[in-house]
Design a protein around this ligand. Structure first.
Ligand code: BGC
Length: 811
């Protein structure tokens, strides 16, 4: 590592997450002109088989002429790296540099390495693998999305005790070699040959004479940025619940909880012993681990793209006390099959839960254990899908599907501080947004403009309910915290998105409307009825294939126009908040036109709403698209549909979060509770009855015969738990950041008690109610700086000031 002229150390910065997640961070070297380091690439044989490529060591020596007072390592990579100083791993973050819109935003992490360096010789090393950069990505399972090679960039800044400041950088003096990780791919998993691992080779005095020179490249520094979200960590460990032998040297292990991460194996057997770990979310009839539900996208992806899936392998070195942990890829799993050991006991392995470290700020409990389990499953689904970006599932795709986060943001921001996590992702959303203003379906999108294996990707970007994340995510962050910075920062992205939708609405017509009249009707310029829309997506009985076919051909005007209305309305309020009052008025007028257009098109003269589906009616009621005079009637139409379905829900992705709330708001809370407690298909409790520990992607995720299909860990349908927070427990913000809030419990479903807490920016709010045989009691904590409106069971209202309150009613 060469010594260069000193560069200043960045100032210290703290992440805003409170409590246990607080950690000091040093800002990276942000100014491109400050970088003295060069990008280096490992020496790699041409033609390493994609999806099976090894991780590489890169290393260099740093000579220090005195004792170290302070030292910071700034590093980033094309790929995923772990940094080492004198064979000690640097820091406890995982999967650095994280996943961002790499072409424009690549995070530089800064680590305090003071305690790892010594006077004299030191070895700085990096273990570098494909990661999101060139490993398999998303449903298409493509490789080399960001480039065909991996690379590393680092600067080590050392202040000696005598005050001298030294800078060491990556450059042509570094050397590289294939590591003991002979395969590392985020979808396929990893193979480690521990016989090839020698800590000595990355320690002072280690022999690296057989290592080869690195290649120096000029990839520039303009894309480098500071990490803006909290880090990915090994957050907790889950013990094995049971192990079971299925054949000679083959064991099944259940960790009791579907989660994201990997296994740590403490028993590896004698030198040369090969152990294979296969990860899955469910077991089949024979009790073996199933991968088929998530291993393939099932829509025309050639088998070769996904032949190895979530599979780790380790070859033992025979060293005493050696453990195996594959830290360059995550897996979504509850079960593993371990092949290659005579005996596997519960003490031999743990499930290491890996996700972004988020401060928990909310909770819910009630008298029904079923509902508590549902809450826990939805919570775990979020935790399983918060690995640096909000993902759809931790298995098949691991992509930042915009629609999914748009759906879940309200729920997540009640339970966790997701501000920094979301802001990082929103910056990526804006960075990948197309010139047309279309928001990409997934963020980051490795190839926003490219053609995919399955579809002509760039032609279908920009879809309602998904792209609206550009506005609804910042809006919800504001609602839950009162912070307006995120609104101002995202404003250009929001306006580009709405302009995109508005233009299509004004200029294109769905064939069915052209058939109706050659000339457009007046209101049609406010109808967004053309283009590719996922639509409601995965309603009961409509599986992935059918949902996809509909996305291309159906008239999704009712969905897309409804979302355009909600987006315009939210933006009108946002404009006001960031000082654009003229724009706010224009947006309000536009929103009103869209609302009228929706009503003209989808409500007939008798007040009947079409398309006649639970999803459409729910959305219309939730988005305020129904005129006040027919509201009660439309709610009855919705209830009629629910009854026609034998008191079953009929919503898919987009409308499910609103179904129970609109029923409660329109006087049908009893029906809401009947749906919540429904145990036959489709329902939430059926998932639990069939063994779910996280929420499924499809309502029929595991069928009556025990066959699993699609992902078993998708948080979107879990957004129902916001009903528990906002209606069952009854806590809703009236003003952003809960400066003013209402407490209006909706008891029902036989529940006798419920409680919730939420740590608002003003402090902890607590609500707990109990229904007794002859009365109702409620305990309420109102933090300083806030006021609350308490609804009494007789529907009268009491204004509550800060403090702890208790009210009792006798019936
Ligand atoms: C993902 C979803 C996503 C959807 C688009 C699926 O493959 O898993 O969560 O939103 O595609 O509708």
């Amino acid at each position: 590592m060469s010594r260069k002229t000193a560069a200043p150390i960045g100032h210290r910065l703290r992440v805003r997450d409170a409590g246990e997640c607080e950690r000091p961070w040093e800002i990276g070297l942000l100014d491109p002109t400050q970088w003295a380091a060069q990008w280096i690439e490992p020496c790699e044989a041409v033609g390493e088989f994609a999806r099976q490529r090894p991780a590489y060591w890169l290393a260099s020596v740093v000579e220090l002429p005195g004792q170290v007072a302070r030292a910071t390592l700034h590093a980033t990579a094309h790929g995923v790296y772990e940094a080492f100083v004198n064979a000690e791993r640097v820091g406890d973050q995982e999967l650095t540099p994280g996943f961002t819109a790499y072409r424009r935003r690549l995070q530089v992490h800064s680590f305090d390495v003071t305690d790892l360096l010594v006077a004299g010789e030191n070895v700085i090393a990096s273990l570098l693998s494909d990661g999101w950069w060139r490993g398999q990505n998303g449903f298409a399972r493509r490789v080399d999305d960001y480039g065909p090679t991996t690379a590393f960039l680092a600067e080590l800044i050392v202040v000696l005790e005598n005050g001298e400041e030294l800078t060491f950088v990556t450059d042509e003096q570094w050397r590289s070699k294939k590591s003991h990780i002979i395969r590392a791919d985020n979808i396929a998993g990893e193979i480690h040959d521990l016989r090839q691992f020698s800590p000595k080779s990355i320690s002072p005095g280690g022999d690296r004479s057989a290592w080869e020179p690195v290649a120096v490249r000029d990839y520039g520094f303009d894309q480098l940025c500071e990490p803006s979200g909290p880090p990915v960590m090994r957050v907790t460990e889950l013990p094995a619940v049971w192990t079971r032998k299925i054949t000679e040297r083959s064991w099944i292990v259940d960790f009791g909880q579907n989660s994201n991460g990997w296994v740590r194996l403490n028993k590896l057997g004698p030198e040369g012993n090969i152990i294979t770990i296969t990860y899955g979310e469910a077991l089949d009839d024979a009790g073996d681990v199933v991968q088929a539900n998530v291993a393939h996208y099932r829509l025309g992806v050639p088998e070769s793209r996904s032949d190895t899936f979530q599979l780790d392998q380790v070859i033992s070195s025979g060293r005493i006390g050696e453990r195996f942990e594959a830290r360059h890829s995550t897996k979504g799993f509850q079960f593993v099959r371990v092949d290659g050991l005579e005996v596997v006991d519960v003490e031999d392995l743990v499930s290491v839960v890996v996700h972004t470290e988020l401060a928990q700020i909310g909770s819910f409990k009630c008298s029904s254990e079923d509902i508590n389990r549902l809450h826990l499953a939805a919570d775990w689904s979020f935790r399983g899908n918060a690995c640096d970006i909000p993902t759809d599932c931790p298995t098949r795709e691991r992509s930042g599907w915009t629609g999914d986060w748009q759906i879940y943001i309200e729920t997540a921001s009640y339970l966790y501080d997701v501000m920094a996590f979301s802001r990082k992702w929103l910056r990526d959303l804006a960075a990948d947004q197309l010139e047309s203003g279309a928001v990409t379906h997934i963020v980051p999108d490795p190839n926003p403009n490219d053609d995919r294996a399955i579809t002509d990707w760039k032609e279908i970007q920009g879809c309602s309910g998904w792209g609206d994340a550009a506005v609804h995510v910042p809006w919800q962050l504001y609602r839950s915290t009162g912070e307006t910075d995120v609104l101002a920062e995202q404003w250009p992205s929001m306006t580009a998105w709405l302009d995109y939708a508005r233009n299509i609405a004004a200029t294109k017509r769905h064939p069915s409307r052209i058939e109706r009249s050659a000339e457009p009707l007046d209101h049609e310029k406010y109808l967004w009825d053309t283009g590719f829309h996922f639509g409601e997506w995965l309603e009961p009985g409509v599986d992935l294939e059918r949902s996809r076919a509909r996305a291309f051909s159906d008239d999704h005007g009712a969905v897309a126009t409804a979302f355009m209305y909600r987006t315009a309305k939210e933006m009108s309020e946002i404009a006001d908040l960031i000082g654009l009052s003229g724009e706010s008025l224009r947006l309000r007028d536009f929103a009103n036109e869209v609302r009228h257009a929706w009503q003209r098109e989808f409500i007939d003269v008798n007040g009947v709403v079409s398309p006649r589906s639970q999803a459409n009616l729910t959305r219309a009621l939730a988005f305020d698209l129904i005129p006040a005079d027919i509201l009660a009637d439309v709610a009855s139409q919705l209830v009629a549909l629910i009854r026609e379905a034998g008191t079953h829900l009929g919503t898919g992705f987009l409308a499910t979060p609103f179904l129970l709330p609109v029923l409660a708001d329109t006087g049908h809370v009893d029906v809401a509770y009947e749906l919540l407690f429904q145990r036959t298909e489709p329902s939430w409790l059926l998932m639990l009855d069939r063994g779910a520990t996280t929420v499924w992607e499809e309502w029929e995720g595991i069928d009556g015969k025990g066959v699993s299909r699609a992902s078993l860990n998708h948080y979107s349908k879990g957004a129902v738990i916001s009903f528990l927070h906002r209606y069952t427990a009854g806590l809703q913000e009236l003003e952003p950041g809960y400066r003013r809030f209402s407490v209006r419990p909706f008891p029902g479903g036989g529940l006798t008690r419920a409680s919730t807490h939420h740590v608002s920016p003003y402090g902890r709010i607590q609500v707990a109610w109990t229904q007794t045989t002859n009365g109702f009691e409620i305990d309420l904590t109102v933090p300083e700086g806030t006021t609350a409106r308490l609804w009494l069971p007789d529907n009268s209202i009491e204004e509550m000031m800060p403090g702890h309150h208790r009210r009792e009613w006798k019936i």
